[in-house]
Design a binder for this molecule. Structure first.
Ligand SMILES: NC(=O)c1ccc[n+]([C@@H]2O[C@H](COP(=O)([O-])OP(=O)(O)OC[C@H]3O[C@@H](n4cnc5c(N)ncnc54)[C@H](OP(=O)(O)O)[C@@H]3O)[C@@H](O)[C@H]2O)c1
Length: 279
């Protein structure tokens, strides 16, 4: 089985590295192309055996499973380059949320799925959201999810919930990191604890909290109840958070959804040939 990657930027390279580290693929099973070829050459230096393709077509011709890891504005060009070479027997996986499955099925004959990876996949954890197209048979879905299970927990979601699921799963690490950074910064400013010590404590706390919420039998409500006793110190802190953060996440979700609607519209225009990538 050969896996091909078109686009080895941030997410493409994270997926390649995670698949290799997890043992899902040997470097010899991977071929990749990228607009700036040096990025693939660097990966091939790190993972001897990984094949550097000189064109996107070469990746398609040589692969059974193809990952498209480019941004929405770059999609049209890639599709135009590869569409004549894609076969119905191939599986093509896009990681670009505003490009809808129906867009891809309308242009390419392959079995198509969309997955939304997360930076957490780099450390072989977190979710990969899976949205399967109509041509994916039950055994195809299972096969793809078995591969993704090497680097994540594959979770099927409906395409209509792609945005909110991605907010939680893919943007979530950045949102949580912003919260933690703010906590650390305030700890340093208010008490004089060193940045290093505060960062270490907060990071260990985050790891432990993640374990409690996944395998430790807690959900967010029961965890808060367990840590805070009425009238205690944690309860005082929670009281401030509840009053100050009320409504913040609604605003965050509204902002991500507004941006997504804009991206969706641009992607549709671009794929219909009614807009240039720079617009
Ligand atoms: N970042 C995340 O956490 C995350 C999570 C889930 C999904 N995604 C989605 O993943 C997609 C890619 O995001 P990213 O963060 O990886 O972007 P990125 O770092 O900009 O990577 C895109 C890569 O595609 C390459 N590329 C562009 N046009 C190409 C072409 N015609 N042929 C071959 N390669 C081409 C670019 O090459 P150059 O080196 O020349 O620029 C770049 O390396 C986006 O749709 C994003 O929404 C991202």
């Amino acid at each position: 089985m050969k896996a091909g990657f078109i686009g080895t930027g941030s997410m493409g390279s994270i997926l390649i590295e995670a698949f290799i580290h997890s043992g899902a693929f040997n470097p010899e099973q991977i071929m990749a192309s990228n607009r700036t070829i040096q990025k693939v050459e660097r990966l091939a230096e790190t993972y001897p055996g990984l094949q550097v393709a000189r064109s996107n077509r070469e990746v398609v011709i040589d692969s059974d499973l193809i990952f498209l890891c480019v941004k929405p504005s770059e999609f049209k060009q890639v599709i135009n380059e590869i569409k004549e070479d894609v076969l119905p027997s191939q599986m093509l996986v896009s990681i670009t949320s505003p490009v809808l499955i129906r867009h891809l099925e309308g242009i390419l004959p392959a079995k198509i799925s969309k997955i939304i990876p997360s930076i957490t996949n780099y450390v072989l954890s977190g979710a990969t959201l899976c949205i399967h197209g109509n041509r994916m048979q039950p055994e195809d879905k299972e096969w793809l999810e078995n591969i993704l299970a090497h680097i994540s927990s594959p979770i099927r979601v409906s395409e209509s919930y792609t945005r909110i699921s991605s907010d939680l799963s893919s943007c979530g690490p950045a949102f949580l990191a912003s919260f933690i950074q703010s906590f650390i910064q305030s700890a340093v400013e208010e008490t004089g604890i060193s940045m290093e010590e505060a960062t270490l404590l907060a990071s260990e706390m985050t790891l432990g909290t993640g374990k409690l919420l996944t395998t430790g039998g807690f959900d967010p409500i029961s965890l808060q109840k367990r840590v805070s006793v009425p009238g205690g110190i944690t309860a005082e802190g929670l009281r401030i958070l509840e009053s100050e953060l009320s409504g913040v996440f609604k605003q965050v979700i509204q902002a991500t959804h507004t941006k997504y609607e804009e991206d969706l519209e641009k992607a549709e225009l671009l794929l219909a040939g009614k807009q240039s990538p720079s617009q």
